[in-house]
Design a protein around this ligand. Sequence first.
Ligand code: UDX
Length: 460
Amino acid sequence: MNLAIIGAGYVGLVTGACLADVGNRVVCVERNTERLRVLRGGGIPFFEPGLAEMAAHNAQAGRLAFTDDLPSALSDAEIVFIAVGTPADEDGSADLGHVLEASAALGRAIPRDMVVVVKSTVPVGTCHRVQALIEETLRERGAPWRVSVASNPEFLKEGSAVDDFQRPDRIVIGTEDARALRLMAALYAPYNRNRDRLIHTDVRSAEFTKYASNVMLATRISLMNELARIAEKVGADIEAVRHGAGADPRIGHHFLYAGVGYGGSCFPKDIQALARLAADHGESTPLLDSVQRVNEEQKRVMAAKIRRHLGPSLHGRCVALWGLAFKPNTDDIREAPSLALVRELLADGATVRAYDPVAADNARRAIDHPGLVIVPNALAACEGADVLTVVTEWREFKSPDFRGLAGRLKSRAIFDGRNLYDPEYVESCGLAYYGIGRGARPARPGREDADTPAVTTGYW
Ligand code: UDX
């Protein structure tokens, strides 16, 4: 099929590259000139495993192209995707400026009957607004074309976006138009080989499904973080609790990890936007409000632990920090817990020596402060540092040389914001261990041996 995609950001570029990779001809429309220059030069403007290679391969094969000219992108297109950003407005609602601009531009440029697919995360009712705006603009120019706007939310995760797109758990298509559904089902057929992934709903339910999914996941995380705080107080280990509770298939083991709070471009923004949408309709959202509050508090938990260990004042202290990205395998630092932690440590008078495999440049741009020193590797972060805190669970942080660290860190302590390490083993190497919700040290047969390798407990 011939496809056009408006917006070559995260969602648009992954969608474009993956759909080109199965044989479609895709033109991505990007109006940011710097981003367009990078894309045309064969690069991609952010870090995402496997995406640059896939984009370059399909561009060379003539299946993927980039332009800033919407009419030319639409000249052969059967389906056009809107995949522009919907950042949070000042009041927390989703800012639909880019979506509505793209819709008006489509109304001015559409050259035939067309299916318009909204992939951006948008409040319920937006697709109908998009439909009305395009129809109005078409009417103004006297164009007879029939446009059908469908909702097709994207559920991909940063860091595994290509794989998520290629092997989706579900493909949600919201449309009340049989022709649009047929076309979309054909487009997604390569990812629906067993015919069990496609979920057809009305437009509004599809829009809502995206918010429901994200707030449910965020709620799980805040609940685990709250349980972790209680576990610490009552002397239980949240990691053991996770194993036990997750064994119930109604709960499951996925997405049950206590940590330093969730970040990223979706959860914080989408919860706010849903709460705002509810308020606009006269509904209160006590649960969503608590999920957000717990998360904000959770981002401060590590600083409090560090202060208790080193403090009360952190003046003249140096904290080594591993991981700046909001999660591994991405350079994205939007709403990253690391930023809140660094800001708090700096405000308390500490210096921070931070390392991240790919997010360093973005972090430097976000926090321009002489007390934040970004270093090129994990060991360099520990030079002259009092303690180490691990904020992002990059693979290279999973099995450090704890004895070596004990020799380097002046105050001999690790603050494990992702519960990556075995507390007993870390302590046996001469370091104090502080995790999240790890109040218990259960006696385990055979674990007295200090040479037992560290057990990593992450899901990554
Ligand atoms: C999320 C959704 O998972 C995805 O479906 C949607 O399309 C976009 O938003 P993403 O933000 O890329 O994806 O990352 P995700 O892996 O969901 O992690 C979000 C945050 O939650 C991260 O900060 C992560 O560290 C945190 N998290 C995740 C936890 O603290 N505990 C967990 O158990 C899982």
